[in-house]
Design a protein around this ligand. Structure first.
Ligand code: PRP
Length: 186
């Protein structure tokens, strides 16, 4: 087994773990301010948002509920259909709830656009989005993201929940992957 931070696997660390923690602390303060006296339901989008859920929720000084959704985009990377399939739906009924969606990354925006529409139809009291990363140059469909961690270039990134072939999610920072890694795989 090779180490998760194997030298040579990554070209650049785009966002360090310290930068992530600092930014989450800032945004957690904003969230506390925005949701005073409200019960918040954090909805993590699997699998990428696992680290974000764990770290952001622990920066919040009030109790929150957590729920999860898993979705899969048809034709992701090749088409822009934006058709999404639910692999795991929420456990909670979100009607009249204050829902904050947690996404690791907004790339084309297609997944999030679909998700927001889907959840809005369930009539939550409020619905907002938190994305750790956003690629402004890759956006195909606009989605309002209230809380953005970092805007990054449209490069392929891994770590902090983001994967390449399901690997590297456990890297504690966000890094660009060395193309040599792709070619190692059969
Ligand atoms: C990633 C990410 C977002 C989506 C963003 O999920 O977590 O959900 O892609 O891309 P988009 O803005 O172009 O729609 P992915 O389908 O890779 O699943 P994962 O979180 O399980 O890795």
């Amino acid at each position: 087994m090779k180490p998760v931070d194997a030298a040579g696997d990554f070209l650049d660390v785009l966002v360090t773990k310290d930068q992530i923690n600092e930014r989450l602390a800032e945004l957690a303060k904003q969230i506390e301010n925005d949701y005073q006296n409200k019960n918040v339901l954090l909805v993590g989008v699997l699998k990428g948002a696992v680290m974000l859920m764990a770290d952001l929720s622990r920066q919040l000084s009030f109790s929150v509920e957590m729920d999860w959704m898993a979705v899969s985009s048809y034709g992701k990377g090749t088409t822009s259909s934006g058709v999404v399939r639910i692999l795991k739906d929420l456990d909670a009924d979100i009607a009249n709830r204050h829902v904050l969606i947690l996404e690791d990354i907004v790339d084309s925006g297609l997944t999030l656009s679909w998700l927001v529409q889907n959840l809005r139809a369930r009539q939550p009291a409020s619905l907002e989005v938190f994305a750790l990363l956003r690629k402004p140059e890759a956006i195909q469909v606009h989605v309002d993201v209230k809380y953005v961690g970092f805007d990054i270039p449209p490069d392929f990134v891994v770590g902090y929940g983001l994967d390449y072939a399901e690997g590297y999610r456990n890297l504690d920072s966000v890094a660009t992957l060395n193309p040599a890694v792709y070619s190692e795989r059969p």
